[in-house]
Structure formats: structure tokens, C-alpha cells
Ligand binder design. Sequence first.
Ligand code: GRF
Length: 201
Amino acid sequence: MKNISIFISGRGSNLESILKKRNSGFFDASIPFVLSNKEDAMGLQVAKRYNIPTHVFNIKSFPSRNDFEKALLDLLEKHSIDLIVLAGFMSILSKDFITSFGKPIINIHPSLLPAFPGLNAQKRTLEYGAKFAGCTVHFVTANVDAGPIILQDVIPIFDDDTEETITMRLLEREHLLLPEAIKIIVEDRFQIIGRRVIVEK
Ligand code: GRF
């Protein structure tokens, strides 16, 4: 069975959807711990409710980014983690970290990448005047929000939509998409050809 770690910084609604789906048998994996880079992340309470151990690693309490990432790598190795899932983790992992970990890291982003990478994606999608918004699960590479795309979903934008309504409707889709991507990875049902992730049914 694969070991997954989920990294969060905030609310933890994607974390909750992953834990629910895992508990219902949607995918088979062990989750030895949830990691937050913020002491006050609400998602830490979600992990506790599901009896998942938590670790808080705040980069500010380490002398350097290098020390922070070294401690993180030690923790991941101790628990033989095979996959890192970034679920609202608001810190950038360095190229060295990604290379040293050497196993898949995936992220969920609230836009139809490659459109609107970075912060406030829903707001920028709406303000741009796009007629559709979306969410993307992708592999994490050194360039932010630019790794190979695993899954995407799309929703229409209505005239009376606000940043909040789009965010909420996207979250419903995110809660299905991220567990689906985890299932694909833990079941080894994908190949990467160039930039394309081909998913086997
Ligand atoms: C989501 O919008 C996700 O797409 C983005 O961060 C947010 C996390 O929300 N990467 P939550 O903490 O899972 O509720």
C-alpha cells in the first residue's frame, strides 16, 4: 500500500474530501500524517477529527529554506512517503526539494491551467471575462503551476457570478477531482509521454 502525505495551509476542505473518500474505500492508501506550514490552519482540526497525526513546519522557525526542506525530507523518508498531495499548500517547494524527494508531488489549482497560474485565480478568471472557469490537478515541477496536467474540470461562469460563487462551485469539483487523481497515481494507472499524462481506464 502507498503512503501519502497531504500538505495544507488553510481551510482543509480538499483534505476532508480526500480523507472521506479514503475512508469509504475509493482508493487504497495510508496517510501517516498531514503537514501544515501554518499553526492556525483550520485543516489541522479536520485531520484531528479523522485521527490523522499532524506536523506543523513553519519555515520561519528554521534558519533557512534549506533547513526547512531538509527537515521535511527527513520526515517524509521516516514515513516512507510515496506521494505528496498539495491541497491548498501556500508555500513553494524548491527544485532541490522536488528532485531530492524523487517521487510524485501533485497540486490542485483553481483554474484551467495554463490560464491563470498563481494567486487569486478565480478572481482573475472572472475579471478577465472568461465564460468558463475550472480546476486542474497537475504534477509539481520547479515552475509554479506548470507541471504536466493529470485531470481538469470546467464550470460555466454566469452573469451574476462573483468570486465567492465561482470559488464555491469550483470547490465542489475540486473535491471530486483531487481524490480521483490520487486514485490514478496510487493505482499506477498513468504514463507520462512528453508533457502529456495518459490515464489508463
Ligand atoms: C483551493 O481553492 C485549491 O484549489 C487551492 O487552494 C484552495 C484550498 O482550499 N490550491 P481548501 O484548504 O482545500 O479548502
